[in-house]
Design a protein around this ligand. Structure first.
Ligand SMILES: Nc1ncnc2c1ncn2[C@@H]1O[C@H](COP(=O)(O)OP(=O)(O)OP(=O)(O)O)[C@@H](O)[C@H]1O
Length: 227
């Protein structure tokens, strides 16, 4: 369980979120939503331990998250923009990450098969479409079967076909053992994938059931207020 208590983040004089309190249970699929600049990435960075909160605490199964090491390799994080080795093939790039985690070779094939990238394993990064690139990113995020998976705008820049395919892959994530957090600006993705929503607005973070969130959104345009 991730427990966030009194979480406050301030950059220079700008408060991004203030006194956020919520709990994330294992197996939940959380869509992190809010307007551009609302603080979604900032929140994810704090959860992953990349940045320290100004105030408050984040714990994972009772252990304080101060830095990424607190996750003990149980968390994977795919940033919105990521860089891979252009001169390496798809398989070599994924293998590189598997090696750093000291995982056996089989996990590379397993992960690339899961994301429908095994047949493209010999291609170089420069030969990939945006959709394929995102699927390589997902392959890397999935190696080692992390218990917690954070994806920052994973479908950003994908066409509707690519988005649909990517969402189908995310639907296959094992909700018995894996918990997913992803940011999105698309409410159809919330509908299709999320059990819950973390909604950032006016420096607050509200956790709600995705059905309630969508109901609120459909019933009122107030959701489009200031980020
Ligand atoms: N390292 C930083 N230093 C100072 N300000 C920052 C830093 N990182 C983010 N910010 C500011 O914090 C605010 C929230 O940014 P963040 O990227 O978290 O928003 P977001 O909701 O993820 O936006 P988007 O939907 O556009 O990706 C923005 O005003 C941004 O300029």
């Amino acid at each position: 369980m991730i427990k966030v208590e009194g979480a406050t983040q301030i950059y220079r004089l700008q408060t991004i979120f203030d006194e956020a309190n919520f709990v994330i249970e294992r197996g939940e699929r959380i869509a992190v939503v809010g307007r551009n600049g609302a603080g979604k990435t900032t929140l994810l960075h704090a959860l992953a331990g990349f940045t320290r909160l100004k105030k408050g605490t984040i714990t994972i199964d009772g252990k304080r998250v101060y830095h990424p090491g607190a996750w003990n390799n149980k968390l994977s994080y795919l940033p919105e923009k990521f860089q891979l080795y252009a001169q390496l093939s798809v398989e070599e790039n994924v293998q590189y990450f598997a090696d750093t985690l000291r995982l056996p070779k089989e996990v590379v094939k397993q992960s690339l098969t899961h994301t429908n990238m095994w047949d493209h394993r010999t291609k170089r990064m420069t030969q990939l479409s945006k959709g394929m690139l995102q699927r390589v990113g997902l392959s890397i995020a999935l190696i080692g079967e992390p218990e917690w998976i954070i994806l920052d705008e994973p479908t950003s820049g994908l066409d509707p076909f690519g988005r649909k395919e990517f969402l189908r892959l995310l639907e296959q994530i094992d909700s018995e053992r894996q918990t997913l957090l992803f940011t999105t600006h698309h409410f159809d993705e919330v509908k299709q994938l999320a059990t819950h929503v973390l909604y950032l607005r006016d420096r607050t973070v509200s956790k709600m059931n995705s059905v309630d969130f969508l109901h609120q959104f459909e019933g009122s345009m107030s959701i489009c207020g200031n980020g």
